[in-house]
Design a binder for this molecule. Structure first.
Ligand SMILES: NC(=O)c1ccc[n+]([C@@H]2O[C@H](COP(=O)([O-])OP(=O)(O)OC[C@H]3O[C@@H](n4cnc5c(N)ncnc54)[C@H](OP(=O)(O)O)[C@@H]3O)[C@@H](O)[C@H]2O)c1
Length: 395
């Protein structure tokens, strides 16, 4: 992995304008600064994976063939600036293996905001290979946000209110994009921490999204909830594109998506194919329930599967296997099943059928699972988790 070298770009050079369109503007400054507020497990993981990806895009490609003047232009853009590199690298493979819908602009400068010097030291060590691109800011969130165009809120959920209510924070965020990854906190709550209220719902129905943001001098708040597998680039992140200031414009959806594709896969709510808001009360209830189910499956899913792993391991240990070997085999079998379903996009029942040879061990085990009501118990667990996620969203 090549070290990131943005040496030609001053870390705190030009920054994204505080216009309401935030990072959506393609004109003006080449620089887009991303500030991460709170650099613990998630903040550092997200930063590191973005920086790794940018470094990879910047690395020389020995076998690249330039076939047209357009390609020459895009190549020179690629090597001269990350900001311009988006178009040149369109079609690049994402962490999750699928081509990205590249945003107009990518972040070029990074501010890692911590509140304690010892955490700053840890962050510097974790990001040492990208040290020319990242500045660690200790106990100065507002100043960092003033210089950023895009901000990720990655502190503990219980600390978010204090962080956002700091004097000058609401003003510093004005017109910018604020991405909250804080589980258990809704976009409306973030609004309230910042401004003391949600934006006037009536205004949202008549104004364009840009007009809404600027009229209120507020930031755009997007909720993107990753899961624990972010650490290994296998997150299932749910991005809520229906922000409190209206639907997120496509270029910002692309930017948020690009960021979270660095740590795994992404789904959007409302689904990107649903460009129009739900017309009936029933349709909007169904959309809300589906969004809550997404959050539940994305965040709680790994916990459910961990329980299944534990049970399989315990069973194998009871039959005489060593725990270490049972754990390796169970986890690899689960990864294999998931990989087959993802790769072939086939119904899991087909996989189950293929494995269940007549008189074989799989069919015997599967019948025991069905007798134990595992299918309905897991489905009920999903419904309970969805209800809890919906409750969280309505608070
Ligand atoms: N971890 C996951 O798997 C996961 C999954 C989905 C969502 N999330 C969400 O992601 C967020 C971060 O989770 P995490 O696991 O990364 O937590 P974490 O490791 O505890 O990191 C949070 C960081 O925020 C810092 N912080 C708190 N207040 C701050 C302030 N005012 N200014 C600057 N920094 C501040 C903390 O600093 P100190 O060290 O000084 O306390 C800590 O380093 C949480 O809201 C969580 O709900 C996490």
């Amino acid at each position: 992995m090549p070290a990131t070298s943005f040496t030609s770009l001053p870390i705190l050079g030009n920054h994204v304008a505080t216009s309401p369109s935030v990072a959506s503007s393609t004109s003006g400054s080449d620089h887009l600064t991303l500030a991460v507020l709170g650099c613990g497990t998630m903040g550092v993981t997200i930063l590191k994976r973005i920086l790794d990806q940018l470094a990879e895009m910047d690395a020389p490609r020995p076998l690249q063939v330039i076939t047209s003047s357009a390609s020459v232009a895009s190549m020179s853009a690629l090597y001269s600036s990350h900001a311009s590199s988006a178009a040149g690298a369109a079609g690049a493979t994402s962490a999750a293996g699928a081509p990205d819908d590249m945003p107009d602009r990518l972040p070029t400068h990074f501010l890692a905001c911590v509140r304690r010097p010892e955490v700053g030291k840890r962050v510097r060590a974790a990001l040492w290979s990208h040290s020319s691109a990242v500045k660690v800011v200790v106990d100065d969130n507002v100043h960092a946000v003033q210089q950023a165009g895009v901000v990720i809120l990655a502190c503990q959920s219980s600390e978010a209110e204090d962080l956002l209510a700091a004097p000058g924070m609401a003003r510093a965020l004005s017109g910018k994009l604020l991405i909250s990854i804080c589980a258990g906190i809704t976009a409306d709550q973030v609004e309230e921490y910042l401004y003391g209220s949600s934006p006037d719902a009536a205004a949202l129905t008549v104004a364009t999204t840009d007009a809404v943001s600027s009229a209120h001098g507020r930031c755009r708040i997007v909720r993107a909830i990753p899961n624990a597998a972010s650490l290994i680039g296998e997150s299932m992140t749910v991005i809520d594109t229906a922000t409190s200031t209206g639907a997120l414009p496509a270029d910002l959806v692309a930017l948020v998506t690009w960021i979270f594709r660095r740590i795994g896969s992404v789904v959007h709510h409302p689904h990107q194919s649903l460009t129009k808001p739900a017309k009936t009360a029933a349709a909007s209830r169904a959309a809300a329930s589906s969004a809550a189910a997404s959050t539940a499956l994305g965040t709680a899913g790994p916990a459910f599967f961990a329980l299944m792993l534990e049970a399989a391991i315990d069973g194998a240990v009871a039959m005489g296997m060593s725990r270490a070997e049972a754990q390796l085999m169970a986890a690899q079998s689960m990864r294999g099943a998931a990989g087959l379903v993802l790769q072939n996009n086939e119904h899991p029942a087909l996989l189950r059928d293929r494995i269940s040879t007549p008189g074989g061990c799989a069919v015997h085990g599967l019948l025991a699972l069905e007798e134990g009501g595992v299918r309905s118990t897991i489905a009920r667990a999903m419904r309970e988790a969805t209800a809890a996620a919906a409750q969280e969203g309505s608070q």
